[in-house]
Design a protein. Structure first.
Length: 886
RNA sequence: GGGCGGAUAGCUCAGUUGGGAGAGCACUGGUUUUACAAGCCAGGGGUCACAGGUUCAAGCCCUGUUCCGCCUACCA
C-alpha cells in the first residue's frame, strides 16, 4: 500500500493556485512601495510601458519576468522596492485602431472632427486599455498598481508641457521646413529611426534629358524613382567631371514636363555612380534639398499627403506613386527618353508601424536640437554613471549618440500631446507657454490658433522615469526613487527610448534616470527563426500560462536568458521546465507527508544528530545560495536558475531525499527522525525561497502548506550564504560514497541486472581512511543498492565469476555466477581500460615534459602527478581483473 | 561602406584570471522502486568553423580567412 496523502494531487495544477495567491498578495499590499528616505535601501524599476493597444507577447513576458525576478529578489533581500507600471498612448497605433473601428461605420476621423474623435479614442482606451495590464498580472508581476501611469495622464502631460516649453525657450526646439519621412498611409511625419530600411531588388532607370538650344545633345541621369522627375528643378554634375564641363551653366529640358532646368556643378555628386549626372528633386530627397538650398533652387512638391500626385504633377495628378511611375516610364519610352534600365539592389524605407513605403516629403515640422543634450548623456555612460549590461551595448549607444541628428517630433495625428504652440492669426506671433494663452502678447488679438499637430509618443516616453514619479512636482516618490536602480529592456529600443531617457533625465533632473541598463535578449522560435504569424511559430504567453502555468513560463524564460542577443524558445523547452515545476511540487508533496507531527518550535537544534548526508546537503545548499546570488547580482538569470535547478533536482531530490527515506520512514519519533525532518524542512524551505522570484505561485502554495514562520514567502528573507555551513570534508566523503554507488549501478545496468535484484557486494579497500569511511557509512550504500550481503575489508579476494568496478583505492566485486557472460565482462573492462590508458597517456606527456615541470605552477604539476597515480592504480587493478579471466 | 555579435554533442546553448570538454532537450537500454512515468537508473554522442601565431599548456589570448545573424549609412 502506498502511503500517500490523497489530499495533495501528484500533478501540480496552477490554475486555482495562481488566482488565489495573486489576490492574497494584492490584499496584503505587498507590491506597494513605501516612502523610505534611506535611498541606499530603495530599489526601483520603471516598466518599459507597453502600448496601451498591446497584448502580452512573448517578448513582454520575458522582459517583465526578468523585472519581477529582480523586484521579488530585492524585496526578499530587504529592500524597499518599487516597480512602477504603466502604458504608453502609442499615437499612431492607437489612432489606427480607432480609425479602423469607425471605418466600419463608414466614417473617417474627419467626419467626427478632432474633438469627437479623441473622445472616441479615450473611450476605446477605457474599454480595452487595461488588457495588457491584466495580462501582466497573470504573469505574476509584482508591480505597484497604485502607481499605475499612462503617458497621457494629467501629470505626465504637465511634464511634457514643461519640457517642451523649456526646450523651446532655450532654442532647443525649433520649427523648420525640411525633407522628412512621410508615411502616406498614416499621413504623418516620422523620425529617422521610425523608418525601417529594407533592402529590395529594384531598378536603376537611365533617362535622357535634352540640352536646350543644342543639336540633339542630351545629358543622361540615373534614378531609382523616375516619377520624382516631375518635381525636378535641376541636374547636377561634379565640378571636376570633364565629361560634363561643357554642360555646366546650360539648361536642360525636363522630359514630359517641358520645364527648363539648370545644369549645375556640385561636389556632392559622385562621378563614379550611374552616369555621374544627378536629377535634383529638392522637395523629395534630403540630399537634393540640401543641394537646392546651396544652389537656391526652387522646390516643387509633387505629392499629396496621401501619397498621390498633386496638381504640380500636371496630367499625372491623382495617380499613386507606383501608378505614376508606370505611366511616367511608359511615356518616357514612347517619347524615346528612357535610355536603359538596370537591375539594382537598394534599401527602401518603410513605416515601422504599418510597413508602407516612406516618401521623403518637404514640410514644416518641429525638431529637437540633439547635439547639445546628447553630449552630457555620452559622458554619463563614459563615466559609468549609467552602465549597460552586457557592456558591449554601450558601443551601440555611443555610435548613435555621437552621430545624432535632430529629432522630428511633430506628428500629424490627433491622438497624443497637442503641441503647446499658439499662432496669432493677426500678427503671426508665436506663443509657447505653460498656460494656454488667450490673447496675443504682441498685438492683443484673441484670434489665436493652436498648432494642430501632436508630439511623437517617444517624446513623452523619454520623460517616463521622472514624469511617472510626479515631476514636475518635487514629490516624495521622486526623492526616494530617482534615479531608478535598473532599466530592463530590449536592444531594439536603445535609440528610441533608452538614449532619449538618459538625455532628458540629465537635462531636467541633472541625474541619469537609471544606474544600470540591462539589455535582455530577444526571443526567436526554435531554429533561430523569427516568430511571426505567417510562419505559424508564434508562442503566445497566455496560452502557455493557461496550459502550463505562469511559473513554468517564467522559469523557462529566465533559464534561457543568456548574455547573447537572442534566445530560442520552443514548446519542447517549456515542457522540460513544466516537468521541473512538477518535480518541485512532488518533492514538496513528499516532504509534507513526512513532516507530519513536525514542529519547528519544538525542535531543539543542539540535540539534533546531523549525519554525513545532512552536512553534505547543507553545504551544497549553501553553495547554491552563494552562486545563485552572485549570478543574480551579475544579471545572469540563466546561470542563477541553472544553479537552483541543478541543486534542487540533482542533489536534493535525486540523492538527499533517497538517502533520508529510511530515517524518515521510522515508526518511532526518534532524534534521528527529527533531525532528518528538520534538515528536510530546512533545505526545502530554503530552496523554495531561492525559487520564489522565478516561480512565485507554486513556491507560495507549497510554502504555505509547510511549517513556516511569517505571512508569505514573498516577504520572507532571501537565503544567506553562511561560512559555517560550508563543509568540504562532508562533500569529499559523500563524493566517494556516491561514486561507489554510481559504479555499482553502472555494473548492474551493464550486466542487465534489474534494480530490484539483490546482490552480494564485496568492497576491497586498501586505504585506511577510505576503509573507515565506507565501514562507518555502509548504510548509505545499502539504502541505494538492494543487497543480500556486503563485505568490506582490506584483503577481500575477488570471488569467482565476479563483475568488477575499480575506483581510486577501491575495488568492487559483484559475484554473478548465474548471469555473468565472461566475454561481455572482458569487453566491458577492456573498454574502461582503454579509456584510462588514453587519459593516462595525455598526463604522461605532460609530466614527462621538462618545460612543463619547470614552468607550470607547482600546484598544477602536483595535481597532474596525483592524477597519474590514481589512474595508474585503477589501470593496474583493471589489468589484474582482466588477467583473472584468462 | 562602417560597426557589432556568433560558429562547441543531433537541436538550443553554458564554459568567468589560459591548467581535467559541460547542461537541457532529443536518442538508446533498463525500470512501475512507499513524492513524482511530466518519474527513476544507466549509456552512446564533440578535430570546440578553418589556417597560422603566442605559451610548458589555447574552446578561451593575438592575426588572418570563410560562413551566418543583426544594427547603421544621403551615393541618386
Amino acid at each position: 500500500m502506498k502511503n500517500i496523502d490523497t489530499e495533495i494531487p501528484s500533478v501540480y495544477d496552477p490554475k486555482i493556485v495562481e488566482k488565489k495567491w495573486y489576490k492574497f498578495w494584492l490584499e496584503k499590499d505587498y507590491f506597494k512601495a513605501k516612502h523610505n528616505p534611506d535611498k541606499a535601501n530603495n530599489f526601483s524599476i520603471v516598466i518599459p510601458p507597453p502600448n496601451v493597444t498591446g497584448s502580452l507577447h512573448i517578448g513582454h513576458a520575458l522582459n517583465n519576468t526578468l523585472q519581477d525576478i529582480l523586484i521579488r529578489w530585492k524585496k526578499m533581500e530587504g529592500y524597499n522596492t518599487l516597480w512602477l507600471p504603466g502604458t504608453d498612448h502609442a499615437g499612431i497605433a492607437t489612432q489606427n485602431i480607432v480609425e479602423r473601428e469607425i471605418a466600419k461605420e463608414g466614417k473617417s476621423r474627419y467626419d467626427l472632427g478632432r474633438e469627437q474623435f479623441v473622445e472616441r479614442v479615450w473611450a476605446w482606451k477605457e474599454k480595452y486599455g487595461n488588457n495588457i495590464i491584466n495580462q501582466l498580472k497573470r504573469l505574476g508581476s509584482s508591480c505597484d498598481w497604485s502607481r499605475l501611469r499612462f503617458t497621457l495622464d494629467e501629470g505626465l502631460s504637465k511634464a511634457v508641457r514643461k519640457v517642451f516649453v523649456q526646450l523651446y525657450k532655450e532654442g532647443l526646439i525649433y520649427r523648420e521646413n525640411y525633407v522628412i519621412n512621410w508615411c502616406p498611409r498614416c499621413q504623418t511625419a516620422l523620425a529617422d529611426i521610425e523608418v525601417e530600411s529594407i533592402e529590395e531588388d529594384a531598378n536603376l532607370y537611365y533617362i535622357n534629358y535634352p540640352i536646350k538650344d543644342s543639336k540633339g545633345e542630351i545629358i543622361t541621369v540615373a534614378t531609382t524613382r523616375p516619377e520624382t522627375m516631375l518635381g525636378d528643378t535641376a541636374v547636377a554634375v561634379h565640378p571636376d567631371d570633364k565629361r560634363y564641363n561643357k554642360f555646366i551653366g546650360k539648361t536642360a529640358i525636363l522630359p514630359l514636363m517641358d520645364r527648363e532646368i539648370p545644369i549645375l556643378a556640385d561636389s556632392y555628386v559622385d562621378p563614379e555612380f550611374g552616369t555621374g549626372a544627378v536629377k535634383i528633386t529638392p522637395a523629395h530627397d534630403l540630399n537634393d534639398f540640401e543641394l537646392g538650398k546651396r544652389q537656391k533652387l526652387q522646390a516643387i512638391n509633387i505629392l499629396n499627403k496621401n501619397g498621390t500626385m498633386n496638381e504640380q504633377a500636371g496630367r499625372f495628378k491623382n495617380l499613386s506613386v507606383s501608378k505614376c511611375r508606370e505611366k511616367v516610364l511608359n511615356e518616357l519610352i514612347k517619347k524615346g527618353f528612357l535610355n536603359k534600365i538596370e537591375d539594382y539592389k537598394h534599401s527602401i524605407g518603410h513605416c515601422y508601424r504599418c510597413g508602407t513605403i516612406i516618401e521623403p516629403y518637404l514640410s514644416k515640422q518641429w525638431f529637437v536640437k540633439m547635439k547639445e543634450i546628447a553630449e552630457p548623456a555620452i559622458f554619463a555612460v563614459e563615466e559609468g554613471r549609467t552602465e549597460f549590461i552586457p557592456s558591449r551595448w554601450d558601443k551601440v549607444y555611443y555610435d548613435w549618440m555621437r552621430n545624432i541628428k535632430d529629432w522630428c517630433i511633430s506628428r500629424q495625428l490627433w491622438w497624443g500631446h497637442r503641441i503647446p504652440v499658439w499662432y496669432c492669426q493677426d500678427c503671426g506671433e508665436i506663443m509657447v507657454e505653460l498656460e494656454d494663452p488667450t490673447i496675443c502678447k504682441k498685438c492683443g488679438s484673441h484670434n489665436l490658433l493652436q498648432d494642430p499637430d501632436v508630439l511623437d509618443t517617444w517624446f513623452s516616453s523619454a520623460l517616463w522615469p521622472f514624469s511617472t514619479l510626479g515631476w514636475p512636482e518635487e514629490t516624495e516618490d521622486l526623492k526616494c526613487f530617482y534615479p531608478t536602480s535598473v532599466l530592463v529592456t530590449g536592444f531594439d529600443i536603445i535609440f528610441f527610448w533608452v538614449a532619449r531617457m538618459i538625455m532628458m533625465g540629465l537635462k531636467f533632473r541633472g541625474e541619469v534616470p537609471f544606474k544600470k541598463v540591462y539589455i535582455n535578449p530577444l526571443i526567436k522560435a526554435a531554429g533561430g527563426k523569427k516568430m511571426s504569424k505567417s510562419s505559424g511559430n508564434v508562442i503566445d504567453p497566455l496560452t502557455v500560462i493557461d496550459e502550463y502555468g505562469a511559473d513554468t513560463l517564467r522559469v523557462t524564460l529566465a533559464s534561457l536568458t543568456i548574455q547573447g542577443n537572442y534566445i530560442c524558445l520552443s514548446e519542447e523547452r517549456i515542457r522540460g521546465f513544466r516537468n521541473f515545476t512538477n518535480k518541485i511540487w512532488n518533492v514538496s508533496r513528499f516532504s509534507i507527508m513526512n513532516l507530519k507531527g513536525f514542529d519547528i518550535d519544538k525542535i531543539e537544534k543542539d540535540k539534533l544528530k546531523m549525519t554525513l548526508v545532512d552536512k553534505w546537503i547543507i553545504s551544497k545548499l549553501n553553495e547554491a545560495i552563494k552562486k545563485s546570488t552572485e549570478y543574480l547580482n551579475e544579471f545572469k538569470y540563466g546561470e542563477a536558475a541553472k544553479i537552483i535547478y541543478e541543486f534542487s533536482w540533482n542533489e536534493f531530490c535525486d540523492w538527499y531525499i533517497e538517502f533520508s527515506k529510511p530515517r524518515l520512514h521510522q515508526q518511532k519519533d526518534t532524534i534521528e527522525r527529527q533531525t532528518s525532518q528538520y534538515i528536510l524542512w530546512f533545505v526545502l524551505e530554503n530552496t523554495l525561497r531561492l525559487l520564489h522570484p522565478f516561480m512565485p505561485f507554486v513556491t507560495e502554495e507549497i510554502w504555505q502548506k509547510l511549517p513556516h514562520k511569517g505571512e508569505s514567502i514573498m516577504v520572507s528573507p532571501w537565503p544567506k550564504y553562511k561560512e559555517e555551513y560550508e563543509n568540504k570534508d562532508a562533500e569529499d566523503k559523500m563524493d566517494k560514497i556516491m561514486s561507489i554507488i554510481k559504479t555499482i549501478r553502472n555494473i548492474k545496468s551493464d550486466m542487465n541486472i534489474p534494480y530490484s535484484k539483490e546482490i552480494d557486494l564485496y568492497l576491497n579497500i586498501n586505504e585506511k581512511d577510505k576503509l573507515k569511511l565506507i565501514k562507518e557509512n555502509i548504510y548509505y550504500i545499502e539504502t541505494m543498492i538492494k543487497t543480500k550481503s556486503i563485505e568490506v575489508g582490506t584483503e577481500i579476494k575477488k570471488p569467482e565469476y565476479s563483475a568488477t568496478g575499480v575506483l581510486e583505492g577501491i575495488e568492487i566485486f559483484i559475484p554473478l555466477k548465474d548471469i555473468i557472460n565472461i566475454s561481455e565482462e572482458i569487453a566491458r573492462l577492456e573498454k574502461k581500460l582503454n579509456k584510462i590508458n588514453g587519459e593516462l597517456n595525455l598526463i604522461y606527456k605532460k609530466i614527462n615534459n621538462n618545460d612543463f615541470l619547470s614552468r607550470a605552477p607547482k600546484d598544477i604539476v602536483k595535481k597532474e602527478r596525483d592524477k597519474a597515480n590514481d589512474l595508474r592504480d585503477i589501470k593496474e587493478r583493471l589489468e589484474n581483473n582482466l588477467k583473472s579471466f584468462k
